[in-house]
Design a protein around this ligand. Sequence first.
Ligand code: KIV
Length: 285
Amino acid sequence: MPQKQLTAPDIMAAKGQRKLAVLTAYDHPTGLLADEAGADMVLVGDSLGMVCLGLPDTLGVTMADMLHHTKATARAVKRALLVGDMPFLSYQTSVETAVANAGRFVQESGARAVKLEGGAAFVPHIRAMLAAGIPVMGHLGLTPQQVAVLGGFKAQGKTARAAKQLLADAHALAQAGCFALVLEAMPAEVAARITSEIDIPTIGIGAGPDCDGQVLVFHDIVGLCPGLRPSFVKQYADLWTPAREALSAYCAEVREGRFPAPAQTRRMAADELAEFGAQTEYGDA
Ligand code: KIV
C-alpha cells in the first residue's frame, strides 16, 4: 500500500507534539536517502548553488536550476513533505511573479510547498500564494539571498533591537498563514522566544535547541562538502574520504589493467564464439 505523504497541515499539527527533522536534498539519490532516513520535510534548498553547482552563494541560482533539481528529488520522496526553495528574484519583484513561480514549483516539479526568505515585506506575496493553494514556509534570520546587503553570511538578531525586529517579522509571517518558519543563524534566546510566541513550527539551523525542529544541509551532514563548515553544523559521517579513495583505486586499476577483472567481464557463449571466430576469443593474444 502506498504510504501517506506528509502535508503542510501535518507539519503544523506537529507543533508541541514532536520535534521535526528536516533535511535538504537536491536530486534522486539524496532525495531517496533523506526520505528513507525518515525526514518530515525534504527541502530542495537554493543552497544547491553552493553544494551542487559550485557557486559562491545562492544569488546565481535560477528557477530553471530549482525546477530541474526539484523534479529529480520529487521522483524519490514518497513520505516527507517536499518543499521547493524560491530562488533569488523569483518572488521579490512582484506578488504576481511570486504566485506564478510558486505555482511552477507545484505544477511542474511536484513540490507541495515553497519556502521564501524575508519578513513582513512579503506578507502580500504569502497571502496571494496561499489564496492560490500553495503552502508557504518562511525563513528569517540569516537570509542568504540578502548576503550582499548583510555584508556576508553573518548571524542575525544579536542586539535587542534586531531581535525585536525578528520577533515582529515572525509574528507577521505566522499571521500571514505560513505553515512553518525556518530560523537561521541567530542567538538561541531569540529563536526560543519566537518559538514560544508563534503557533507554527520553527525549524532551526544555527538557532539553538528550542526550535520545534532542525534542518541541516545534506552534504554538511555526510561530509561531502570540502572546506569550511559553519560552527553550528554537525558532521555525522565523512563520505568524502572513502569516496575519493574508491575513485583513486578505480583510476589506478584502469591504468594498471586490473579493471575490468573476469568478474566484471561478459563472455560470449562457446558456440556463438566459435561462429564469430575463435581467434577473437577474449584473452587470446
Ligand atoms: O537553501 C537551503 O538549504 C536553506 C536551508 C539551509 C534552510 O535555506
